[in-house]
Design a protein around this ligand. Structure first.
Ligand SMILES: Nc1ncnc2c1ncn2[C@@H]1O[C@H](COP(=O)(O)OP(=O)(O)OP(=O)(O)O)[C@@H](O)[C@H]1O
Ligand SMILES: NC(=O)c1ccc[n+]([C@@H]2O[C@H](COP(=O)(O)O)[C@@H](O)[C@H]2O)c1
Length: 215
């Protein structure tokens, strides 16, 4: 099964752990044998999210591009930043999935109408079998699914239908969290939990704090 992993987040700033998250997920899925991870997408959130410490999207995009210079499979998508306002994550997944399907359809029909986006892996058009999109997140983001102020039940269901790949994070207990959520339990087969054995509590918040102190 061909798969593209997409991670949405603030990336303010991007850290080594954001990149490690992709590598850990891809290694795990490839070892399982059933998946061929053909690409990774990092989608920085719109400035309208207004989270404290969120630097301007142009800077976050530039930092992500620099961070991903040496990666041959993870790319940045600026689609969220280009929108007039914040986009719910289900729509971000839908947009990228539709775009992949369109490009594949054009290839099958011998057309080349659309300009290929920078985040689209070349492998997409090399075969005709479906490319699945899965949401990649740390366990702390999964935990926010319980907050009905942030996510509706329908959104959580849609996210689970795409499939989730969740990387363990210090202080989070995703197994317990899934068990305690009716929706997540229902879709537990679509949630791939991956243990990060080289635990590292690096976060953008910590980097911002240290930078502010010049340390
Ligand atoms: N150390 C880590 N281990 C596992 N996942 C991580 C780690 N750091 C970030 N992530 C994941 O990366 C994604 C994007 O994170 P985001 O930039 O939104 O927040 P953050 O890195 O936790 O930063 P902040 O400290 O500003 O909240 C999320 O899914 C988050 O769970
Ligand atoms: N309902 C939603 O679609 C929803 C809710 C909360 C966070 N998110 C996304 O999760 C990512 C991380 O956001 P926070 O940094 O606020 O946890 C962002 O990309 C944000 O857009 C989406």
């Amino acid at each position: 099964m061909r798969l593209i992993l997409i991670a949405c987040g603030t990336f303010s700033p991007p850290t080594l752990m954001h990149l490690r998250m992709f590598e850990i997920a891809r290694n795990h899925l490839m070892e399982r044998g059933a998946f061929q991870v053909i690409g990774g997408i990092m989608s920085p959130v719109h400035d309208a999210q207004r989270k404290p410490g969120l630097v301007a999207g142009t800077h976050r995009l530039a930092m992500l591009r620099l961070a991903l210079r040496t990666s041959n499979w993870i790319r940045v998508s600026d689609w969220e930043l280009q929108q007039p306002q914040w986009t719910p994550t289900v729509d971000v997944l839908q947009y990228h999935k539709d775009c992949i399907n369109n490009v594949m359809k054009e290839k099958v029909e011998g057309r080349r109408d659309s300009v290929l986006p920078e985040w689209l892996p070349a492998e997409v058009t090399q075969r005709e079998d479906e490319v699945h999109v899965r949401f990649l997140a740390g366990a702390d983001l999964l935990a926010t699914f319980a907050d009905t102020q942030l996510w509706t039940n329908e959104e959580v269901e849609t996210m689970c239908s795409y499939g989730l790949v969740v990387i363990s994070r210090f202080g989070s207990n995703p197994e317990k969290f899934i068990f305690e959520s009716d929706v997540l339990s229902k879709y537990s087969r679509n949630i791939e939990l991956v243990t990060n054995w080289s635990t590292n509590n690096l976060s953008s918040t910590l980097v911002r704090r240290l930078l502010k102190r010049d340390s």
